[in-house]
Design a protein around this ligand. Sequence first.
Ligand SMILES: [Zn+2]
Length: 323
Amino acid sequence: MTSRSPVYPALVFVAVVGGLARPAVRAQPQPPNQPGTTWDERQLRDAVDLARVGRKLTPKSWPNGARVAVCLSFDTDTEAPLLRDGTTSPTALSASDFGAESGTPRILKMLDHYQIPATFFVTAVDATLHPDMLSAIVKSGRHEVGVHGWIHEFTPRLGEGEEERLLDQAIAYLTKATGKRPVGYRAPSWAFSAVTLDLIRKKGFLYDSSLQALDEPYEIVSRGKPTGIVELAIDWTLTETPYLGQNGRMPSPTLLYQLYKEEFDGAYNEGTLFVLTLHPYLTGHRAPMQHLDQFVAYMKSKPGVWFATGAQIAQYVKDAGNR
Ligand SMILES: [Zn+2]
């Protein structure tokens, strides 16, 4: 995932016209079209029918009697999202390159220190530009590589057939580069098009990690039918881009990691699942890395925490659900 924060209209200053002070508003965007205001019940139901919550898949017990499953996931968005848009500014590209050059090595070192696995959702173009990054991820044998698009394409805006062409390219590239066909999918920008779910079923993925309807694992239902695809849901509160990204509003990672800790404690008490989505180009900086390290140490200090890849968790809950 990588985000572009929405821009909200704002009152900017007070203009004095004819001696009267009145608020002046920067050119206000027009209200969006509101087609849903005239939809009938059938249209409303059709609109939400593409990807819904099916069976809850939290198992009766996690492996070795663990209380909670933890999936640390990293979306290795380096230059791909910028190149997708034709950006060639060396300065902008270098800020993303930080994720490959500094961020990912630091994250891998931390994961090695604690001997825990993680899932890296990799954009194929980033893997092409950074073969050393990909081989470093694969080297320990603990980590999973999932698909995060070809060039971080925003799929809802692609023409017919383009999404499948790019997805096929990404799968082929990552399969060849890692020696293993990926089983996990995370949509670039977490954005599903109208055909994404059909495509990831067709390509044989085990699980998706782009939707947000539950904070425990579930099976996606599409148009009333179970899809067999396990969803390991993400959430905007459980990623750092809104807080530490370019338009981030949080001055320090301290509050952010307080939020993550409370979310983890909740998952621990519920006996379900904790999925964290981070980005090496942001989290790989010194201050957030210290917080991430301390947070992992905290989770490791609790009894019964199963650190696993998305693939391991999805396979486990799918098997448990079928028993
Ligand atoms: Zn991304």
